[in-house]
Design a protein around this ligand. Structure first.
Ligand SMILES: [Zn+2]
Length: 239
């Protein structure tokens, strides 16, 4: 997949783009602010607007040429379109995703390099993270709310950069998922998200600019998912 515009410009919510290909119910744009979903982060919501109308994007499908924007109905967007994402929803995803990294970094550090076995952000201001933690008392995980909120309050800056995939693979802690490694980009690099002073890991999603821009959270639930996995459900404290 070509590099996503939103990975380098997460603050851009609207972008004028050209329709470069189309099929019934979908157009391929030459550039797009949309995040297609992945790594537990939900796809962006938003619209395409052009001279002939306005429609809601219902699905995003990346391929080797870029992002296909799918929609319901018979419309045929063409020429130049204004692609616009729902900025409130995107910001919520950035916030939850940032908190997920903070939680992940604390679990990784506190529990001997425990790896992630699943993650899913939700539109209701909650998310779940599953870890490979077969021998851990769930009460230890229930007490992680304090350390997570402390780390958010410290307001660490967050940046992204590219690292050669082979170097990331050889660096301990850079790939946090137990089962999937992120694919290398066409140029052989992988995108690293760094919470400066706290954590570095490969990730393709969108995040806040500092940890302190996230609201405080609370641990909602800790469950056993099979013998190996512990699932932690976390929510923004005020939701
Ligand atoms: Zn991430």
């Amino acid at each position: 997949m070509p590099r996503l515009f939103c990975q380098d410009h997460p603050g851009v919510a609207a972008l004028e783009a050209r329709v470069v290909d189309s099929r019934p119910g979908a157009v391929l744009l030459d550039r797009s602010p949309f995040f297609p979903g992945g790594g537990g982060q939900l796809p962006d919501r938003g619209t395409l607007e052009w001279e002939g109308g306005l429609l809601a994007v219902v699905r995003l499908v990346p391929d080797g040429r870029g992002l296909w924007h799918e929609f319901d109905g018979e419309a045929e967007p063409h020429g130049m379109v204004m692609a616009r994402i729902d900025g409130v929803f995107r910001n919520l995803m950035c916030e939850l995703h940032t908190v997920a990294h903070v939680a992940n970094s604390i679990v990784y550090r506190e529990f001997g390099g425990a790896l992630l076995t699943g993650a899913q952000l939700s539109a209701d201001g909650t998310f779940r993270v599953d870890f490979d933690l077969p021998d851990i008392d769930p009460d230890r995980l229930r007490s992680l709310g304090g350390p997570i909120n402390d780390a958010l309050r410290q307001d660490f800056p967050i940046r992204t950069f590219r690292m050669p995939w082979s170097e990331a693979e050889a660096t301990s802690g850079m790939f946090r998922s137990k089962s999937v490694s992120p694919p290398p980009q066409e140029d052989g690099t992988v995108r690293i998200v760094e919470i400066i002073g706290l954590d570095r890991q490969a990730c393709g999603g969108t995040h806040l600019e500092t940890s302190g821009a996230a609201r405080p959270i609370r641990i909602l639930k800790v469950d056993n998912k099979g013998r190996q996995n512990r699932r932690i459900k976390i929510g923004l404290a005020e939701t």
